[in-house]
Write a protein that binds this ligand. Structure first.
Ligand code: FES
Length: 133
């Protein structure tokens, strides 16, 4: 069996949504200290919908494929959906990653979380209220 699925290879060779959003509403950058890979996500958010998303990844093929797939999964979706996107969902959408490459998909989850946190820091009134128990 091939090490990487066709989807991983496709998103690695033809990554979707690569680039920078100059006037992004939220930007998140994460890195993995062990492998040294870095991922940066840019979000454009309008009326609680992620209207645009772009990424820059300086890293391995799985990290590039994970960021590309993650952008596809959250583009056009409500912020609340992007908040709950897990690295497992990204890996599943790619038809799996080898175990030792799962950490690459974690970068995508964390970069989106960081970008959303940046958005909420800049727009505190948009942050969902914690419900009292
Ligand atoms: Fe580190 Fe892929 S090897 S992100």
């Amino acid at each position: 069996m091939a090490l990487y699925s066709d989807k991983v290879m496709d998103h690695f060779r033809n990554p979707r949504n690569v680039g920078v959003i100059e006037d992004a509403d939220g930007v998140g950058e994460v890195g993995n200290a062990k492998c040294g890979d870095i991922m940066k996500m840019y979000l454009k958010i309008d009326d609680d919908i992620i209207t645009d998303v772009k990424f820059e990844t300086f890293g391995c093929g799985s990290a590039i494929a994970s960021s590309s797939m993650a952008t596809e999964l959250i583009k056009g979706k409500p912020v609340s959906e992007a908040m709950t996107l897990t690295n497992k969902a990204v890996a599943e959408a790619l038809d799996g990653l080898p175990d030792y490459k799962m950490h690459c998909s974690v970068l995508a989850e964390e970069a989106i979380q960081n970008a959303l946190e940046d958005y909420y820091t800049k727009n505190p009134d948009q942050r969902p209220q914690q419900t009292e128990k």
